[in-house]
Write a protein that binds this ligand. Sequence first.
Ligand SMILES: CC(C)(COP(=O)(O)OP(=O)(O)OC[C@H]1O[C@@H](n2cnc3c(N)ncnc32)[C@H](O)[C@@H]1OP(=O)(O)O)[C@@H](O)C(=O)NCCC(=O)NCCS
Length: 150
Amino acid sequence: MTIRTATTADITTIFNIEQKCFADAWSLDSLAGFLNEKGRSVYVAEEAGKIIGYGVTMQVVDECEILRIAVNRLFRKKGVGTLLLERMIRNAAVDGAKLFFLEVRESNTPAIALYKKLGFTKSGMRNNYYTNPVENAVLMSKCVTRDSLI
Ligand SMILES: CC(C)(COP(=O)(O)OP(=O)(O)OC[C@H]1O[C@@H](n2cnc3c(N)ncnc32)[C@H](O)[C@@H]1OP(=O)(O)O)[C@@H](O)C(=O)NCCC(=O)NCCS
């Protein structure tokens, strides 16, 4: 499996996974726009030429938000999410990010487990933050220094 930066040719597949994973799915145009947006990075996980997952970050100076991470249902629980997130964090840290943060639905056990596995801890809550369905958001964060990267 390889993790690489997404290109325009990947956007339709990313959009297909996005629609299956999120009630508030981003549009095809939004996803395509992200590729050229300053500070935003889009990554894909590819296996035998097939895109099986993707992740999106937004970095402003030394802060980086994990905006999305999703893996095709058929390829979950095989370490794809871990590899993707590790790469997203590493690349942003090399670019100077020190604080990583994200929001996740309170009921999203697999995602929360993934974030905890990679060292994120709960930093707060936003009540009724999500719609469709209404749900609390758990805020999680983690600090990384360039020196701590292997
Ligand atoms: C969250 C998600 C990206 C995880 O991807 P994945 O490739 O299955 O993750 P991994 O196989 O690397 O698993 C990483 C860890 O997460 C945990 N985990 C993964 N799936 C889990 C599940 N169904 N239940 C409980 N824990 C789970 C485990 O602790 C696992 O570590 P381990 O294998 O060492 O025990 C995937 O479930 C997904 O795409 N979900 C839908 C989209 C989403 O909700 N994204 C996050 C919000 S933006």
